[in-house]
Structure formats: C-alpha cells, structure tokens
Design a protein around this ligand. Structure first.
Ligand code: ADP
Ligand code: MG
Length: 199
C-alpha cells in the first residue's frame, strides 16, 4: 500500500524535489556519523590527510592556497593553517550575501564570526591573489569526485569563476558510493580522506 502511495505521490513531484530529498537524506546520515567522531579521531584524520597533501607536487609548488577554517564537526584545518601561514599565502572564504569571497588569513586575532558562526578573516585589505589550490570541506564525496555541500551552493558558484585545482577533504565515512548531483554541481579534481585518494 505504502509503495502504491509513494508511486502515486511521485507523479506530482519534480526531479528537483527528488534530488533535494536525496541530498538531505545524505546530509542527515553524515551528521549522525560526525556526532560519533571523537576529538582524537578528528585530529588523527586531519594529520593523515594533510601529511598526504604536503607530499603532493601541486601543493609543494602552490604559492596560494584557499582553505576553510573548520567548524567543530569538520576535518580540522587550524593546525595546518598555522603551520603553513608563513610559507604560503593562506586564503579563507567569507560569505557576502549570496556570494563567497576570499580574504587573506593573517592571524587568529584578526578573525570574526560570520555566516553560520563560521570564523572569517577581517581586514580592510580587499585584494588578494587567485588561489593555486582550493581545499574544500563537504558533507559527502563520491569516486566520480562529486561533492555534496551544506545546501547553499556557495562553492559551486565560486568554482565557476576559478581555474584552480579543487580538492575535497574529509573523513573516510564521507566518501560514499554516490552523491546525487545536478548540472550546477561542480565536480572536484581530487578527494582526499585518511585512507583514500581519488584522482
Ligand atoms: P551544496 O553545493 O551546498 O550542496 P546545492 O548544490 O544543493 O548545495 O545547491 C544549493 C542551491 O544553490 C540550489 O538551489 C542550486 O540550484 C543553487 N546553485 C548551485 N550552484 C549554482 C550556480 N552555479 N548558480 C546559481 N545557483 C546555484
Ligand atoms: Mg552543490
């Protein structure tokens, strides 16, 4: 009976509704898994991921790296940023209305909370170089290098205006069989988790 009702309702639902449902289901599933991640597991995973990145020629040669300031549930990036802030130009995203812009990271003291409470650099200086590499978080990734984000499409819109290498990083459980996508979702160039590197 349920199956019949679902099929019936299905006639009235657009493809984009179905896609959104699929994406949201994965977002909830990953949120539950992230809750079980201990602080120690998060730090260990970050060390594994960044040890791999630091050996990659594209990273070694990169002058400018756009990365994210991690929230509590994401793969931690703070230690990596502190480690590289002198040798590379580190950029972080800031959200301005519907758009994502980038700003240079200088120090922890020069950060304030922005959109969703995420820490953003603040400075009068508005110009910064184009990144050579963009390292992004995600809710989930797949082996075709598709990325699922939090649902606002900020990175998709930003990627369209950039020629940089786009790398997604996360925990092993964030690399899943298949991420539902539409034509606006921009695929990445690499996905790096502690146990996997998809190129
Ligand atoms: P996320 O990438 O954060 O997972 P989605 O891909 O689900 O989020 O996109 C969220 C919203 O942003 C959708 O309504 C989508 O149509 C819109 N969007 C994504 N990319 C673009 C784009 N390049 N131009 C305009 N709207 C976009
Ligand atoms: Mg998207």
């Amino acid at each position: 009976m349920n199956k019949f009702i679902n099929t019936f309702i299905g006639y009235f639902r657009s493809d984009s509704d179905v896609l959104l449902d699929d994406k949201n289901r994965i977002r909830h599933y990953i949120k539950d898994l992230k809750r079980m991640n201990s602080e120690l597991q998060k730090q260990k995973a970050a060390l594994d991921v960044f040890t791999k990145i630091e050996l990659m020629p594209e990273f070694i040669n990169a002058k400018t790296v756009l990365i994210y300031w991690s929230t509590a549930s994401e793969l931690p990036t703070q230690d990596f940023i502190s480690k590289w802030k002198e040798d590379k130009q580190i950029l972080l995203p800031i959200v301005v209305g519907e758009q994502m812009q980038i700003k240079r990271f200088t120090s922890i003291e020069k950060m304030k909370q922005g959109y969703l409470g995420i820490w953003e650099p603040y400075s009068e200086e508005s110009m910064c170089n184009e990144p050579d590499i963009i390292i992004v978080p995600g809710v989930a990734f797949d082996r075709l290098k598709n990325r699922l984000g939090r649902g606002k499409g900020y990175y998709d819109r930003y990627f369209n205006q950039s020629k940089a290498q786009k790398w997604g990083i996360g925990f092993d459980f964030q690399l899943i069989d298949s991420v539902p996508i539409n034509e606006l979702d921009v695929p990445l160039d690499k996905i790096i988790t502690p146990s996997h590197c998809v190129e």
